[in-house]
Write a protein that binds this ligand. Structure first.
Ligand SMILES: Nc1ncnc2c1ncn2[C@@H]1O[C@H](COP(=O)(O)OP(=O)(O)OP(=O)(O)O)[C@@H](O)[C@H]1O
Length: 838
């Protein structure tokens, strides 16, 4: 009104949602809002737009209705109104009571009123004197608290429960009286603060409400003003600056919300802090932007409309389509089902783990008794004929339980096929024998054509041979098992794992001092013993000869021949013979030591070209002719009831060595002495160990210097495999003196002598290894005057005819060809190959 009345106005309400802002004659901008009111709009029209927010507040949403705009544009008039024309606040309070009473729920309504003056929160329901001067002290400032759920609470803010509209309106009018207002150049009654009215709503009987207690803010913001226009100074200037700062902070929050930034700067002002939980997500906000129609306020109007535009563009909620919501629900259902399945599986796994732990605990408890059985291999114990005697002896020796680190672990027991039962629950014959005997029985009843010399009865020998290698995973200790009551004809390792296990066992007693983890890298790791006529250990895949880790072993029994008589005689002589194998020799024994032995005649040898590994080792490199009777104090294999001689070839994997394979054969002639020192008839035991590939078998493997007669004998009998470790000095001296006495070995100069012995019939290679405990006892009880066995080298055995050699080569050639054609991959057993061989 006034002087500008009748002049064209730069701000024109085009319609109910559009505002035209005319900058100049031909420059204008149209803003779109939810609702546009013109100066003649009534309070009723405005409240109609506000009323939906009240409904949301009663539903439990936090709500905020605030008036924003330039100073003197009618914010207070809109919010407070006049007695004749009440504004939004009184109408809202009235509407709240009305709608609350109309609902089926009971609400508790509280009324609070405060102002933010110069950055201080003042409770408008608490009378306090207005500071007349700038130096007057400010009223105490209320503090803002944040609850655990992010809710904002103003400490010590008076909240009065109101039961009807009249109570609330009286409080409101009371508070309005304490507002900070002052006269400025722009407004005779300008608000110098932000006035905030809060209605708290609590509903205890409406479970569908968003919150049990929510709040609705109605805010009459202080008007933004330009100091140059208002010409404010002193406290008015301070008030105007504080208002502008808080409005700027509100703008920053609005911008952050609009751009969906991760950080919303609520804490930049008290205003935004108080409105934090009513401006963000899960709240309803209504802004009433006031604009001046005057041309001189065009700049402020432009800023206000731009600000309003940003506020309008904020979409805090995540409105999603019905289809998306259904998809989300389906996905959540699936996830819940998956979680339930996983939880069930987890429960099962836990239960399984508990069972295994219980089992492990039981096994741990019975470990001492198991170790008692392992003490059979003690070198100073007479190995009796009967198991009963053996057990008695063992019981005497192993009265003291082994320490835990010396006990066989579950892994070792499982690998060795030991049944985990306490010795107290079992008969003296341990059940662990059953497993080795069971899988060896595969070849027991195999009918062999033209095997006149093959005596099946003799092959089912109830020997006291010590078999069934078992090693402990924790200390590499191998234990022997007495299987004297087992019916054994032949060892068959039809499965790869069995072959690996066997090889590991065999290598284990050679390098038991090495750690468990070194087993796979030990060049003695996978010794496979090939018997020319009886055992074929071939790589399944010749291409993997260099890294072969498992080979299928084919055992082919052959009938006796004319030499069987002599071998049976030797076997008889070896009956009850105690043989101990010094298995404690190390792998680091040098090539020159072996050679030195060979030079002095202790051992002959044959070493083929070696591709990669230029450091030959001693163990397993010998071909021993005649039976040897070593007695070792470090590691033992006790041979008993040997029923005949045998020669054998050991094929051994060496993962570090690539083709061409290495063949190392040595020959030792031994003469056994009985207990009285009398020499017995020599026996021949030939062992040839090689890293074998098919090509190697065809070309090189039989180039070892064992006698042809042994090759042609084709006698399969119970095999005793033992390896002894003898010191070089002892070997050398004994060689010079005659019979070699296998005594205490040197730690640094141990030699391994591998030998195998077989008797009549078909029996598995039988091992008797001493337990770790036995080793320790050996160390403790070792004395100089202990009786030691000896080995006497007698020289080469009798030669064999060329026809026999050719026969062997033909057999090997045929087998290799079959294997090369992939017959092994068809899972043919040894019987198949044996039949073909025949
Ligand atoms: N729509 C309207 N109808 C009639 N009078 C109005 C209207 N809007 C505002 N006024 C009058 O204009 C003057 C200023 O209004 P008001 O105080 O509400 O402005 P304000 O935005 O609150 O100012 P401030 O920000 O300084 O507090 C008041 O005297 C008021 O009565």
């Amino acid at each position: 009104m006034g002087e500008n009345f009748g002049r064209p106005r730069p701000v024109v309400a085009l319609d109910s949602s559009g505002v035209l802002l005319k900058f100049a004659e031909n420059r204008s901008k149209i803003y779109s809002f939810d609702r546009v009111f013109h100066p003649g709009s009534s309070q009723d029209e405005i409240f109609l737009e506000v009323e939906p927010v009240i409904k949301s507040a009663l539903d439990g949403y936090n709500a905020c209705i605030f008036a924003y705009g330039q100073t003197g544009t009618g914010k207070t008039f809109t919010m407070e109104g006049t007695p004749d024309c009440p504004g939004v606040v009184p109408r809202t309070i009235e509407a709240v009571f009305k709608q609350a009473s109309d609902s089926n729920h009971t609400f508790l309504l509280g009324f609070s009123m405060l102002e933010i003056y110069l950055g201080h929160l003042k409770d408008l329901l608490v009378p306090h004197p207005h500071p007349a001067k700038p130096t007057d002290p400010m009223s105490p400032c209320l503090s803002i608290q944040t609850g655990p759920q992010g809710e904002i609470e103003i400490e010590n803010l008076v909240t009065i429960q109101v039961n009807d509209f009249q109570q609330a309106i009286r409080l409101y009018r009371l508070g309005c009286r304490f507002r900070s207002t002052a006269s400025t150049n722009s407004n005779k009654s300008s608000s110098r603060s932000h006035c905030m009215i809060r209605i708290s709503m609590t509903c205890l009987d409406a479970a569908e409400r968003r919150r049990v207690t929510n709040k609705m803010w109605m805010v009459d913001l202080g008007g933004s003003e330009r100091v140059l226009k208002t010409k404010a100074w002193g406290r008015r200037l301070e008030e105007g600056k504080a208002i502008n700062l808080s409005l700027s902070a509100l703008g920053d929050v609005i911008n952050a919300l609009q751009r969906k930034r991760h950080h919303i700067p609520y804490r930049n002002s008290k205003l935004t802090q108080v409105l934090k939980d009513s401006l963000g997500e899960d709240s309803k906000t209504l802004m009433l932007v006031h604009a001046s129609p005057q041309e001189e306020d065009l700049c402020e109007t432009l800023c206000s409309l731009n600000f309003a535009t940003r506020v309008r563009s904020i979409h805090l909620g995540h409105e999603e389509s019905t289809e998306a919501r259904v998809k989300k629900e389906v996905a959540m259902t699936n996830l819940q089902q998956t979680m339930k399945q996983i939880e069930d599986e987890r429960y099962e796994v836990r239960r399984e783990i508990k069972k295994l732990n219980d089992k492990l605990e039981n096994l741990t408890r019975i470990a001492p008794s198991s170790s008692e059985q392992q003490g059979v291999s003690h070198p100073f114990i007479e190995v009796p004929q009967s198991n009963t005697e053996a057990v008695k002896k063992i019981g005497n020796v192993t009265a003291t339980p082994l320490p835990r680190f010396m006990r066989a672990t579950i892994c070792s027991r499982q690998k060795s096929g030991i049944d985990h039962q306490t010795s107290e629950e079992k008969d003296p014959v341990p059940a662990r024998r059953r497993k080795p005997s069971s899988h060896r029985a595969e070849s027991v009843t195999f009918p062999i054509k033209n095997m006149s010399g093959y005596n099946s009865e003799s092959s089912i020998s109830r020997t006291s041979c010590l078999v069934g290698l078992k090693y402990s995973a924790d200390n590499e200790t191998e234990y022997s098992q007495d299987i004297s009551e087992c019916d054994i004809k032949m060892i068959v390792f039809p499965e790869r794992d069995k072959s690996l296990r066997s090889s590991s066992h065999q290598s284990g007693h050679i390098s038991h001092r090495e750690g468990y983890g070194n087993r796979n890298t030990n060049k003695f790791n996978s010794p496979k013993f090939l018997k020319i006529n009886n055992w074929l250990h071939l790589h399944k895949d010749a291409s993997n000869a260099s890294t072969c880790q498992s080979k299928q072993v084919i055992a082919i029994p052959t009938p006796k021949n004319k030499n069987m008589g002599n071998r049976q005689w030797v076997a008889d002589n070896l009956h009850d013979e105690k043989r101990h194998d010094y298995e404690s020799a190390k792998r680091k024994i040098k090539y020159d030591r072996i050679k030195e032995l060979a030079d002095v005649g202790v051992a002959g040898w044959f070493i083929s070209e070696r591709a990669t590994d230029t450091t030959p080792t001693v163990s397993n490199d010998f071909v021993n002719e005649n039976s040897i009777s070593p007695f070792s104090t470090s590691e033992s294999i006790i041979m008993t009831q040997v029923q005949g001689p045998v020669y054998d070839l050991s094929i051994k994997d060496n993962k570090r060595t690539s083709t061409p394979p290495d063949t190392r054969c040595s020959r030792l002639n031994h003469q056994k002495k009985d207990d009285n020192g009398a020499n017995k008839r020599p026996m021949q035991v030939i062992t040839c160990e090689a890293q074998c590939s098919e090509a190697f078998m065809l070309n090189n493997s039989w180039g070892c210097s064992f006698s042809s007669s042994d090759v042609t004998n084709s006698i399969v009998g119970p095999i005793e495999d033992f390896r002894v470790s003898i010191s070089r000095s002892e070997l050398k001296s004994k060689c010079q003196e005659g019979p070699i006495k296998m005594g205490k070995t040197s730690e640094d100069e141990d030699l391994h002598v591998s030998a195998q012995h077989s008797g009549a019939g078909i029996t598995p290679r039988l091992y008797k290894l001493r337990s770790q405990r036995g080793l320790l006892m050996d160390k403790a009880n070792q004395k100089e005057d202990l009786p030691m066995p000896f080995i006497e080298f007698l020289g080469n055995a009798q030669n064999k005819g060329i026809c026999d050699l050719l026969k062997e080569k033909i057999q090997i050639l045929c087998t290799s060809a079959l294997l090369g054609l992939g017959a092994q991959s068809l899972d043919f057993g040894h019987d198949f190959f044996y039949a073909l061989m025949l």
